[in-house]
Design a protein. Structure first.
Length: 310
């Protein structure tokens, strides 16, 4: 996508997302209740529908090539962010966050992600435009990360007390020992202090930032347009946020999904490196088809393994 995107497109997109999030927080979930499976499925389908509608708008405004770029980056972000949700499960479990307050944490985490990912994407696109050799660095990083995920053994014992974000927060920010409903701050002895819910929010925000280091370079391998990458990232993250409330069982069902994620990272990493070196860019439709094929194979292997165990 080489078209210059008007500033109004950025403004309207962000206003639309904020309006939908406000509807979710202040009307649908204003009572801070635990999210049911039915609500989870409804919201996931809703955000996927929004993404499809946006893809149709991209097609109307910019054509087929831009639509394929958006769809591919959207799918990549979905795939690479699944691990992020598993980390959320660990964080919420470690800090014993009540189910009815998890939705609030993820809502405010999304707002932070909008800002941070926007900065990351703009910086990445600008740097590549001025320093093309960075493509090799990004590509090599993705290949390295892919191999690391492929050969990594999950560590069941996750002690977040050793996390340096947690240690910094506890050292410099006065924290209450107990939750105070859905509040991020509370008063003790006439002094305003943070609740553990704020600590959880900061950890979640930092986690999303770390995962963006992987996913954004992967998106840059498909498109160099900041608007396409930003919108696909935001819409994918919103859909995944909704999926979180019904995803814990997926850790057992899709046991080979992490290998598919690893292969995708290696694929897009090599794609970046080879495309620059040989000055020959792979058509986006081939990249999209390859990613779908890798995901399908990893899911089928997972389901087949589950049937054999049963």
């Amino acid at each position: 996508m080489s078209e210059i995107v008007p500033a109004s497109f950025w403004i309207y997109f962000n206003l639309g997302i904020l309006a939908l999030l406000g509807l979710d927080l202040f009307f649908v979930n204003r009572d801070n209740k635990a999210v049911s499976v039915k609500e989870t499925i409804s919201w996931v389908l809703f955000w996927i529908g929004v993404a499809f509608a946006f893809a149709a708008w991209i097609y109307y405004c910019f054509g087929t090539a831009s639509t394929i770029e958006f769809t591919t980056t959207y799918l990549i972000e979905w795939t690479l962010s699944v691990d992020n949700l598993f980390v959320f499960i660990i964080v919420f479990k470690y800090f014993k966050v009540p189910d009815e307050y998890q939705h609030r944490v993820l809502f405010w985490g999304i707002l932070g992600a909008l800002v941070l990912r926007g900065i990351f994407i703009s910086a990445g696109v600008t740097l590549i435009q001025h320093f093309e050799w960075l493509i090799y660095l990004f590509g090599g990083f993705l290949v390295f990360t892919g191999f690391k995920i492929f050969f990594h053994h999950d560590d069941e014992a996750s002690d977040l007390s050793k996390n340096y974000v947690v240690r910094i927060m506890k050292k410099f920010v006065p924290l209450a020992d107990e939750y105070d409903g859905a509040k991020f701050f509370t008063k003790q002895n006439a002094r305003l202090i943070a609740t553990p819910l704020l600590l959880v929010l900061v950890v979640i925000e930092f986690t999303d930032l770390i995962f963006a280091v992987d996913s954004i370079p992967a998106s840059l391998s498909i498109s160099k347009n900041a608007f396409i990458i930003y919108c696909s990232n935001v819409l994918a993250v919103l859909g995944l946020r909704s999926l979180y409330f019904g995803i814990s069982h997926l850790m057992k069902i899709f046991r080979y999904l992490k290998f598919g994620i690893a292969v995708i990272l290696v694929f897009v990493g090599f794609k970046m490196i080879i495309a620059e070196y040989f000055n020959h860019h792979m058509p986006s439709i081939i990249a999209l088809g390859t990613i779908i094929m890798i995901l399908t194979i990893s899911i089928l292997f997972s389901l087949n393994a589950k049937e054999r165990v049963s």
